[in-house]
Each structure stands twice: as C-alpha cells, then as structure tokens.
Design a protein around this ligand. Structure first.
Ligand SMILES: Nc1ncnc2c1ncn2[C@@H]1O[C@H](COP(=O)(O)OP(=O)(O)O)[C@@H](O)[C@H]1O
Ligand SMILES: [Mg+2]
Length: 320
C-alpha cells in the first residue's frame, strides 16, 4: 500500500494529538465523545471532517475553539496550547480561531443590529495586539455577498442563507487564521448550501487561513476540501487528500459512507448493509470500535484497537 501524499509539507497551524474529551453525567460512566483523535490543519488548507451523527465531530470542534477542556492529549494552535478558561473569555491569541455554527439564529444576537455584531469581531483584532483592522462592517458584508445596507438590519430580517453569511462576516471580522465550521450548511436550503460552503472555502483560501469544515454532506465536502478526515465514535479512522480518499477509500466505514453518496435527499445516509446506529461512546465496543458493524470484520478485530498508520487508515486489514 502506498503512503498518501502530504500536500502541504509546512508545520500545521492546528495540531490535535491524541485528544480525549469526556462528558460527565452523575451516576454514569463518562462519555468519551473524543477518544484519542488526531488531526492537523495547515494554513490555506481546507480539511473536511465527516462521520455520522454522534461520532464526536462537534466535540472535537468545541475543544479546538477552547469551549470544552481536553481530558488527555494536546491541541496546539499556532504554537499556543488551546485550553478553555474558567470565565467565558478566551485568551486573546485564540481569537484567531473563529467558529461558524449550524444555527445562525442561535449564534447571532436577535436584538442587535448586524453591523454592531460585526464591529465586535473587528475589535478583537486589536485586542490580540495586532495592528487594528481598518475593515468596516460594510466591507465585510460585501465580501460575503450581502449589501452594505444589511448592517442596519436585525438578524431575523434575513433568510437562513443570508444569516449564515452574516455569521461568516462576523467571524471574518476577527481576521481568523483558522475558521471552524460545524455543520454550517446543514440548516440551509439546498440552493444556499453549496454557495455558503464555496464562500467559506474561497474566503479561507484567499486570506491564507485554514478551514476545518464539518459536514455530513459528503458531496459538498468532496467539492471544497483539500483533505478529508473520517471520524467514527471518537476516533479518526481515515485521512488523506480528498481525491485520493474518494478514488480509493480504505476503511470499511469510509467505503460505507461514500457508497451512500449521492442520495436524492443529500448525503450521509448509511447503506443497508451497514446495520445499526453509532454505539454509545460511554460504552464503546472492544477492539476496533467499528467491528460490530463492519462488513469486513475478522478474527481479532474485537480485541485489537487499530491505530492510524502512515497510509492514513486505522484498520487491521491494512496493518503491516
Ligand atoms: N454536553 C454533552 N453532555 C453529554 N454528552 C454529550 C454532550 N454533547 C455531546 N454529547 C455526546 O457526545 C457524543 C458525541 O457528540 P457530538 O460531538 O455532538 O457528535 P457529532 O457532532 O459528531 O454528532 C454523543 O454521544 C453525544 O450524545
Ligand atoms: Mg455535531
């Protein structure tokens, strides 16, 4: 098996190594939502993070943004370890990481004008000691394809796609070097989905920022991501340049995900031969976490947990 190529041999902007994130519930074992996940994003690179619902994608994104603490492992952004603070304030250097969430209703304040919310983002640039930004809310709104007058409006006056553009403008206002989109298109109309995804890609690439784009829509990820990381039950099971993974998916889970594309109702629906749901991460299967659902399961998969090897896959079918 050939080792997959590394398209950007530079040091990563974001490095997540052996990350474990747990949620605690009284009287129950902790939920290991991320259970040893590793991932890198380089400047100017778009990484698509995919996997079924409940696999830990949002938890990984929240940890990258310093919103939940790692129990184990490390997250390093631009040389700075990412750790959440107790208070709801982030270390100024970490404002270079900006997140766009699924629901722009929830992330925009309904009682403040759009322009004022974008101006908050502009102020964070000076707050981290960089030369103050001379961008205006009107400039940013134009960059995301809205009219300058949108600054005077309130979020609820806009469509879902327009609101997501406003959320992107607010994120861009902070001059991010890393943009994290957690299902930023899944609440949008089909017609707006690809437009917003393509916009996020071009804004990130133009400004030399990295983009970690989480989506269950594999057909969109295929179009915008340079590299793809496939997550299953808290771990990255396969990673590689998007075109290579598409041409030659190796992990049986990746194969199953790709086999489900395209579907008329969008993507991410698992094919019939892959039964069941994602197991409870509080009580994961032994060995390879995918083995109870795997069409290629063989002797030992229930005992040995495969590691992500240089070829970009964590599966005993490919063990040396
Ligand atoms: N705040 C929370 N408290 C307890 N469990 C959580 C919390 N958020 C997520 N989980 C659990 O962690 C696992 C991963 O969830 P999540 O990161 O949201 O996955 P994804 O984004 O891939 O759907 C799921 O089993 C989910 O139920
Ligand atoms: Mg999620």
């Amino acid at each position: 098996m050939t080792t997959r190529t590394t398209p950007h041999p530079t040091a990563p902007l974001l490095s997540v190594d052996d990350l474990v994130v747990q949620y605690h519930r009284p009287g129950a074992p902790p939920t290991r939502a991320v259970a040893g996940g590793s991932l890198q994003v380089r400047a100017g690179e778009v990484v698509g993070l995919v996997g079924e619902s409940g696999c830990g994608k949002s938890t990984l994104a929240r940890a990258v943004c310093g919103l939940v603490p790692p129990a184990e492992g490390r997250i390093v952004y631009d040389g700075t370890p990412v750790r959440p603070l107790r208070v709801r304030r982030r270390e100024p250097a970490l404002t270079g990481i900006q997140m766009v969430f699924q629901d722009p209703y929830g992330s925009l304040n309904p009682r403040r004008r759009v322009g004022a919310q974008i101006a908050d983002g502009i102020r964070t640039v000076a707050g981290r000691g960089e030369a103050p930004s001379d961008a205006t809310p009107a400039d940013l709104l134009t960059r995301v394809g809205l009219s300058e007058d949108a600054a005077e409006g309130y979020p609820q006056e806009f469509s879902g796609g327009q609101r997501q553009r406003i959320a992107i403008a607010r994120a861009l206002a902070a001059r991010p070097r890393l943009l994290v989109g957690d299902e930023p298109i899944s609440a949008l109309d089909a017609s707006a989905q690809l437009q917003v995804a393509t916009l996020m890609r071009s804004l990130a690439v133009e400004s030399g920022a990295g983009l970690l784009f989480i989506s269950h829509d594999l057909s969109v990820v295929r179009l915008i991501a340079d590299r793809i990381a496939v997550m299953y039950l808290g771990r990255i099971v396969e990673t590689g340049p998007t075109a290579e993974v598409w041409a030659d998916p190796r992990h049986p889970y990746t194969r199953a995900l790709l086999a489900a594309v395209p579907k008329p109702d969008g993507a991410g629906v698992l094919p019939a031969e892959l039964p069941g749901d994602v197991p409870d991460p509080a009580d994961p299967p032994s060995g390879c976490r995918f083995h109870p659902r795997c069409p290629k399961v063989f002797d030992g998969c229930d005992r040995e947990e495969p590691q992500l090897i240089a070829g970009g896959v964590a599966c005993r079918l490919y063990a040396a």
